[in-house]
Design a protein around this ligand. Structure first.
Ligand SMILES: Cc1ncc(COP(=O)(O)O)c(C=O)c1O
Length: 390
């Protein structure tokens, strides 16, 4: 018998309902009162854009994260683009990145005028920093690196710091999936000059619509980002740099600050305990658990496994037991049609074989790990995985 899960109360739920990857209805029940009070506060204030709610949330977020400044933006995609612009990425400049991520990571490079340079991932699905070093050694003109802390797993920040120093790199860490992840005790996002994150609803800190933020320890970068998110204005009606309209709404900021951020530590702890349970009890010769990189703590945005063969078959088997699962991601970024039509105007480079990244597109599967899972649902997920035969 499995040991019990002391962190959870016994279910009062319906055994046959579908186990979701994210359960927004249960989240709503948990936050409803604080959410409604936040909305009321904004309505009463009469300020809807760039008022005190955004400022207060930015200061709470930067404190939570352990970085000096946070700048709210309209999305994670925008936070990455704005971050690259604050680092003065020039038109046609190359940026090393991963082929295995949300497309937004690369789209931000394109929008900022850069050329993505793809490199393979390691066995955790993260950009392989040894291969990155080879590329940097052979291409000393490349000065930008955009790694992604995918699935909530942190890259080795000691290695990242070394690469930054040896090759004088501008690093933007994509932390959209990694709020609260750590490497050797340091938060993800603390080595690069800029960190970017997303508040897309499925994220560990997901708002009720779109939102994102850029974080940094450097005041000049934070000031430049505030200018870019607001049409590039340095003063009212004075437009000094190329800007966007990418402001985080007062409403989203208010909800994030009072209904969501205060619950994040507890939700993260629950994710961690679910992950530990899966790691202990999923034992099938047909399923491989991903290695956690040395010295790191994942935020467990997702619980990725590798299915040695017949992944679709396991997905159907889970589905027939009312368990949802997801694929992150079914294709690689450089294989997307935008890069591969004859008339494509978007340049990119592939500097290594993408063997492991391709393997992930065939084998990776994400199991539910949201903080509202019930004890018997977690047990069921383990039992169904263990009983599956390809
Ligand atoms: C790794 C990664 N980067 C960037 C983004 C973009 O964030 P957003 O959807 O808020 O634009 C996402 C979210 O989908 C993501 O998962």
């Amino acid at each position: 018998m499995h040991s019990s899960l002391p962190f959870m109360t016994k279910s009062v739920g319906d055994n046959v309902s579908l186990i979701l990857l994210n359960d927004f209805k249960l989240q709503w029940k948990a936050i409803r009162e604080d959410f409604l009070q936040s909305v009321d506060r904004v309505g009463e204030s009469g300020y809807l854009i760039l008022g005190s709610e955004v400022q207060l949330f930015e200061s709470d977020l930067s404190r939570y994260w352990g970085l000096n400044y946070a700048v709210g933006c309209a999305s994670g995609l925008d936070a990455i683009e704005i971050g690259l612009r604050t680092l003065n990425l020039k038109l046609g400049e190359k940026v090393i990145t991963t082929p295995l991520s949300a497309f937004a990571t690369t789209l931000a490079i394109l929008r900022a005028g850069g050329i993505p340079v793809f490199c393979d991932v390691d066995d955790s699905g993260l950009l392989d920093l040894e291969l990155v070093e080879n590329i940097l050694f052979e291409n000393q003109d490349i000065k930008f690196l955009l790694p992604v802390h995918l699935y909530g797993q942190a890259l080795n920040l000691k290695k990242l710091q070394r690469l930054k120093e040896v090759y004088s790199l501008n690093i933007l860490e994509d932390c959209a999936q990694a709020i609260g992840s750590k490497s050797f005790g340091k938060p993800t996002g603390s080595v690069g000059q800029v960190a970017a994150t997303s508040f897309y609803p499925t994220k560990n800190l997901g708002c009720y619509g779109d939102g994102g933020a850029l974080l940094t320890n450097t005041k000049e970068i934070a000031d430049a980002a505030k200018c870019i998110r607001d049409y590039g204005q340095t003063q009212k009606y004075t437009h000094s740099v190329f800007g966007l309209n990418s402001r985080l709404d007062e409403l989203q900021a208010a909800v994030l600050r009072t209904a969501l951020l205060p619950r994040l530590a507890e939700w993260s702890e629950t994710r961690k305990q679910i992950a530990a349970y899966y790691q202990k009890y999923i034992s099938s010769s047909h399923i491989k658990l991903l290695p956690t990189p040395e010295g790191t703590e994942s935020s467990w945005h997702l619980f990725p496994i590798e299915v040695i063969s017949h992944r679709e078959n396991l997905m159907n088997y889970l589905r027939n037991s009312n368990i949802s699962s997801g694929i992150h991601y079914p294709g690689l970024i450089p294989d997307q049609p935008i890069f591969n039509t004859e008339s494509s105007q978007y340049r990119f480079e592939i500097k290594t074989e993408l063997t492991r990244a391709h393997r992930f597109t065939r084998t990776q599967l994400s199991l539910p790990i949201h903080p509202f899972l019930k004890e018997e649902e977690i047990r069921k997920i383990v039992n169904v995985c263990n009983s599956w035969k390809p």
